[in-house]
Design a protein around this ligand. Sequence first.
Ligand code: ZN
Length: 84
Amino acid sequence: MTGEKVKIGGVPMQVVSDAEADACDYLICMPWDDNSPFKDNFRGICCMCGVTVMYRWHAPRQPKRICIQCMTENLNADDKSTVD
Ligand SMILES: [Zn+2]
C-alpha cells in the first residue's frame, strides 16, 4: 500500500508510511465538528481558507493543514506537487 498512487476527489496523491508523512505537502482535514465522536481532536486552521479543522493526535504535525473542500477545489490533477 505504501508508495501506491490513489485519487481522492480527483486529486492524485501517494500513500506514504507514518515515517514519511511529516514530509508530505498537506494534511487533509475535516472541518471542525462539535459532534465528532472523538472528543480529543486537535484544532487547526486550513492553510487556504482559514476555516477551523480537526485532526487526530497521531496525525503528522509538519504538513500544512488543508480542509477537504479546499483540497478538492484547489489541488487539481495537474499539480505534480501532490504526487511527488
Ligand atoms: Zn480550506
